[in-house]
Design a protein around this ligand. Structure first.
Ligand code: ACO
Length: 391
């Protein structure tokens, strides 16, 4: 039987089985590769998280060692991709657009006459995205790109390539917690895009290129930059109530709040607020963190008054902004840094889709006309109405 009921935004529709992550939106629980996010995020290295997603188990010490060596070997960019990024930076292209261009060209320099396994592309994409982002940023800042270092882990090397400074261990730990926390999250928009592209038996580079485009939007991965702007503006003005009232009265959305699935505080917000609290305490900047916590409480309470029928709680992007700002990621790179992590989930989902594939092909409900009569082109009158040919 064909279901013609409209499910806007595919809400409530399950279209794939996965072993990668599970979300309970009512209870506010997230499990990644069998581990509650709270247990994984602060313990794992990012490389362990990706191994877990690709293999459905944690690596032994020897396996982790060889996995890290493999990843390290894929960090460098071809000269052509560097040129694309240099040009993108020169033309002030946004970081996510530059990343999309870099990813789309990521198989330049790979010998495509040799069949390359999808798993190899998966590792290459995970490894090369931080280099694409950092190279773009260096050019954008008027600096020379920094070559990746083999002796540094994934998170530390990303920070190093961005700044050309020895990475601070507290910043590495903060970033690593972030990367583990957001590595996978069920069938979010960008992951669905990646799986849909894969379902036509297309390739991983195409799937990840599409996913980057989806992640860019402000309703998905584009929120943390505006969250930071909001927090810094209100921190300076000292008038959180005024800001909240003005924003909600204007019918605008408060960035960093609300979620399609969670009806509670996003569990990732809880993990990231803990990491941010530790980071700001170590850095001796409790004042900003205290302000953030106070603002969050006021915002949740104002949102409850504003939309009493819809629980609108803190989502992951709120504390993403706070933590990434603290560890020194430039605001312009927040969404690209989300991609640095989420690519691990995207490629693991693509491999799952390949292993049990059926092309994604939902239905649409046609609401257009059916009885138009054809008018020859020289007899048509100019009009803005889409129904011109029937009038
Ligand atoms: N501030 C104010 N009102 C909100 C907010 C918000 N942050 N979020 C939802 N609402 C309101 C909507 O205006 C809507 O009201 P209406 O019924 O009167 O039109 C109602 O709550 C339901 O909202 P929907 O858009 O139907 O919720 P949906 O599940 O489609 O969207 C989303 C979820 C996109 C996250 C939304 O809450 C939002 O726009 N939040 C702000 C942006 C943001 O923080 N994005 C990051 C999300 S996390 C991530 O993707 C990693």
């Amino acid at each position: 039987m064909v279901d013609r009921e409209l499910h806007r935004g595919l809400e409530g529709i399950a279209v794939a089985e996965t072993r990668l992550s599970s979300i309970d939106g009512e209870r506010g629980e997230l499990v990644i590769g069998g581990f509650p996010v709270e247990g994984l995020a602060t313990r794992a290295t990012y490389e362990e998280s990706v191994f877990l997603l690709l293999n459905d188990r944690l690596p032994t010490a020897a396996e982790l060692d060889s996995f890290c060596t493999e990843l390290t070997g894929y960090r460098t960019l071809s000269e052509e991709v560097e040129q694309v990024l240099r040009r993108a930076a020169r033309e002030n292209v946004d970081a996510m657009d530059a990343l999309r261009m870099g990813v789309a060209a990521a198989n330049l320099g790979v010998d495509t006459t040799e069949p390359t396994e999808a798993r190899e592309y998966a590792k290459r994409l995970v490894s090369v995205i931080p280099t694409i982002v950092a190279t773009y940023w260096r050019y954008r800042s008027g600096d020379a790109p920094v070559e990746p270092r083999e002796d540094l882990g994934h998170a530390a090397n990303y920070l190093y390539m961005l700044s050309d400074d020895e990475p601070d261990p507290a910043a590495v730990r903060g970033l690593e917690t972030y990367l583990n926390t957001v590595v996978d999250h069920g069938l979010n928009a960008s992951t669905f895009v990646a799986r849909s592209i894969t379902s036509s038996e297309s390739d991983l580079v195409s799937a990840v290129t599409g996913a980057v485009g989806s992640l860019k939007g402000p309703l998905h991965g584009g929120a943390p930059g505006p969250v930071l702007e909001m927090l810094l503006t209100v921190y300076e003005s000292g008038d959180p109530e005024g800001y909240l009232q003005e924003t909600l009265d204007a019918g605008e959305r408060l960035m960093g709040f609300g979620h399609r699935v969670y009806r509670t505080r996003d569990p990732r917000a809880t993990v990231l607020s803990g990491a941010a609290e530790r980071f700001y305490a170590d850095a001796g900047d409790e004042a900003f963190f205290d302000f953030v916590e106070g603002f969050e409480a006021r915002a949740v309470s104002r949102l409850a008054e504003h939309k009493p029928d819809r629980p609108l709680e803190t989502n992951v992007e709120f504390y993403t902004a706070v933590l990434l700002y603290g560890v020194g990621i430039p605001r312009e790179l927040f969404t690209a840094t989300f991609a640095v992590s989420r690519v691990g989930g995207w490629v693991a989902h693509c491999l799952e889709q390949m292993a049990d594939n059926r092309i994604v092909r939902p239905l649409s409900v046609y609401v257009g006309d059916r009885d138009r009569t054809w008018t020859p082109v020289d007899e048509r009158e100019a009009t803005n109405s889409p129904k011109a040919s029937t009038e």
